[in-house]
Ligand binder design. Structure first.
Ligand SMILES: NC(=O)c1ccc[n+]([C@@H]2O[C@H](COP(=O)([O-])OP(=O)(O)OC[C@H]3O[C@@H](n4cnc5c(N)ncnc54)[C@H](OP(=O)(O)O)[C@@H]3O)[C@@H](O)[C@H]2O)c1
Length: 273
């Protein structure tokens, strides 16, 4: 892979994504940040320039909106990009529906990744560019037969389905965009992020207890930057916490690739019309 120098990041206004952006800025890479608040973006842009990023461009978009994400994808595709980190995400246990009639976990955790990866893949692939997709790396099995939870709803369904879709997305990207390098990354329990803010108190307490044994955000951020900038890898690499792993359920995921592409394409078409 040629030395990548301009990286697009989602989720870089907080937590793991912010730590990845900090680490990339310290290594003097140019950054493109996507966020939903102009004020927060401006503050992050200034901090990243201070840390050493030679240039930071800021794009405002609510990634729960397919229409806004599609517009963003058009803007991003018009400028050279060397690598993409798709890290924005939420945790919601109750079923919430967006203005576009999408289940909220599915929209934020997965659809924005699908849209940006599929739009930027053709630009990245010819230059051996890389996409790092935040994904559970085989940890969950979701329900692609009911991604919006309209039939039934169980406690962790929104999280598991949206995250499983990201495993399928990572599995399918190298085949869709030959030349692209894809890393599916589950950073594992990480301290010092704000991901539990939308959860009820008992679930926040549970996650807090689990995360006591997790890694510090800054360490995870350095690893994320290594994954973005490391030497040329294979078309598809799975990384769970610190380790490169082989996925036991790779065949199951491959079987769902066409299902996911058709499903997401239909959602996007409906909203485009
Ligand atoms: N923390 C952990 O232990 C852990 C472990 C494994 C995987 N993960 C996954 O890693 C991802 C990031 O988690 P985190 O812990 O870093 O959480 P976080 O601190 O809450 O960061 C989440 C990021 O996503 C952005 N985001 C959320 N909704 C958005 C929207 N509608 N439009 C645009 N941006 C949006 C947030 O932007 P704002 O700043 O505007 O809110 C923020 O930048 C999640 O998918 C999480 O499930 C986390």
């Amino acid at each position: 892979m040629p030395s990548p120098s301009r990286y697009v990041l989602t989720g870089a206004t907080s937590g793991i994504g912010a730590a990845v952006a900090d680490a990339l800025a310290r290594r003097h890479h140019a950054l493109v940040l996507v966020g939903r608040s102009r004020e927060v973006l401006d503050a992050r842009g200034a901090a990243l320039r201070q840390l050493g990023a030679p240039a930071v461009s800021l794009h405002e978009a609510d990634l729960s909106s397919v229409a806004q994400t599609l517009a963003l994808a058009g803007d991003l595709a018009s400028e050279p990009v060397d690598g993409v980190y798709l890290g924005a995400g939420i945790l919601r246990l109750e079923r919430q529906v967006t203005a576009e009639d999408l289940e909220l976990n599915y929209a934020v955790n997965h659809l924005h990744k699908f849209i940006l990866a599929d739009a930027l893949g053709p630009h990245l692939a010819p230059r051996g560019g890389r996409i790092v997709v935040g994904a559970p790396v085989g940890a969950v099995r979701g329900r692609l037969d009911d991604v919006h939870g309209t039939g039934s709803w169980s406690l962790f369904q929104g999280i598991s389905t949206s995250q499983y879709a990201n495993d399928v997305l990572a599995s399918g990207l190298p085949g869709r965009h030959p030349g692209l390098e894809v890393v599916g990354w589950n950073p594992g329990s990480t301290r010092g992020t704000r991901v539990t803010r939308g959860l009820p108190w008992w679930a926040r307490t549970l996650f807090w207890l689990v995360n006591l044994r997790g890694r510090a955000c800054a360490e995870v951020g350095e690893q994320g930057a290594d994954l973005m900038t490391g030497p040329a890898g294979r078309p598809l690499t799975w990384v769970s916490k610190r380790d490169t792993v082989s996925l036991a359920r790779a065949d199951e995921l491959s079987a769902d690739v066409d299902v996911l592409w058709d499903l997401d394409a239909a959602i996007i078409d409906r909203i485009r019309r």
